[in-house]
Design a protein around this ligand. Structure first.
Ligand SMILES: *Cc1c(COP(=O)(O)O)cnc(C)c1O
Length: 377
């Protein structure tokens, strides 16, 4: 008899749809046979780690037989952010920290308020708890609107979870708006602010906002080494919260969530200020150049504080998405957000940006007839 596994899986998990990470470079290379594949879909940094970071990771490899020790990274983060170590927690990427936060605060009877155009990975975290989602409409340019978030809060709301800067538009919640949100919330609601792109807003912002969870505010912040620090493949994120929150997180935390190589890489990356300054400067420059070039082609471009731009092609984006893909460029389609005319494009190296601009110019002149990419997907 055929086993019916699905019927044995807990209902909250059956209700979840798997996160769609998009096609990988390896897969597109196989399908197209092209040598050069450009990935502009996941907001990764286009450069590999700096020599200092690479050396630290190599060195850590030699201790792969030992369980890792996270103390060096926690100490360095504590110093860098001027936040006590008891207020910091590490995770296997910031998504790991976000998952743990939802687990310790959100139960079946609760709801979580999400912004319509917030990061799509949040939905699964809430649904797995058996909790419900209340959707707040976004404001102009896909920003998260304080009044709309507040309007969704009811007596069962336990958490508001938002990405700032946003993963879609790069818009961030201004400090005055955040203060207004925190002050207006009833005491049973906490705000979790996912600052995956904080470093692109600026070093001052990254340091200042790290202080906010310390002063008694019902605010928790998550950050990551995946974006500006260029270590997406290493999976290191962290949370900043009141020490009581950190204490409760430690009760459910698995032992050793971050590998020794990843810890060493993150520790070195934190000290390598030249690398991160280079990334931010190059990102800002590349973003402006890409936006200007696309605007000149008559394409509507939006960007703010992320290492990406959001384009609105005004017509179904699927065709450009597929035609750039046949040429080896992976952009981010946004159909899962219900945005059929938009694409998101991460900022690559200067050369990659030039090539992409040329390609989009060529496609928008209609010189290339779209070959179907039915085989990809
Ligand atoms: C990329 C991204 C993450 C994932 O970060 P990891 O630390 O790699 O898990 C989380 N939130 C947002 C908004 C992101 O864009």
């Amino acid at each position: 008899m055929k086993m019916d596994w699905a019927s044995l899986v807990v209902p909250s998990v059956r209700a979840v749809e798997a996160y769609q990470p998009g096609i990988t470079e390896q897969k597109l290379r196989r399908v197209t046979g092209l040598d050069r594949i450009f990935k502009f879909a996941s907001n990764e940094v286009p450069f590999g780690p700096s020599p200092v970071v690479e050396a630290a990771m190599r060195d850590a490899l030699r201790r792969a037989n030992r369980y890792p020790d996270s103390r060096d990274l926690l100490e360095a983060l504590s110093e860098h952010l001027a936040v006590p170590e008891q207020c910091l927690t590490l995770g296997n990427g910031s998504i790991d920290v976000l998952e743990a936060l939802v687990r310790i605060f959100v139960d079946k009877q609760h709801n979580v308020v999400l912004s319509r155009y917030g990061y799509s990975a949040y939905t699964a975290l809430v649904k797995v708890q058996g909790a419900s989602i209340r959707w707040a409409d976004s404001g102009p340019r896909f920003s998260h609107k304080v009044d709309n978030l507040l309007a969704q809060v009811d007596s069962n709301t336990r958490m508001i979870l938002i990405d700032s800067p946003s993963n879609l538009s790069g818009e961030w919640m201004q400090p005055t708006d955040l203060q207004r949100l925190l002050q207006a919330l009833p005491p049973h609601v906490i705000v979790v602010l996912d600052e995956a792109y904080a470093e692109f807003v600026g070093n001052d912002h990254a340091k200042r906002s790290a202080q906010l969870p310390l002063g008694g505010a019902r605010l928790i912040i998550t950050r990551t080494f995946s974006k500006a620090y260029g270590l997406a493949g290493m999976r290191v994120g962290y949370g900043i919260a009141d020490s009581a929150v950190i204490n409760h997180l430690s009760r459910i935390g698995r032992p050793f969530p971050v590998s020794g190589v990843a810890l060493a890489g993150a520790r070195a990356a934190l000290s390598d200020r030249a690398y991160i300054e280079h990334v931010v400067t190059e990102t800002v420059r590349g973003r402006r150049r890409l936006a200007e070039a696309l605007s000149n082609l008559g394409i509507d471009v939006q960007y703010a504080h992320g290492n990406f731009v959001l384009v609105d092609l005004g017509a179904d984006a699927q065709s450009i998405y597929e035609r750039t893909m046949t040429r080896g460029y992976i952009l981010r389609s946004l159909g899962s957000y219900g945005l059929r005319t938009h694409l998101r494009i991460s900022i690559g190296t200067s050369e990659e940006i030039s090539d992409l601009i040329d390609l989009i110019a060529e496609l928008s002149r209609g010189r290339v007839s779209g070959s179907s990419l039915a085989a990809v997907g």
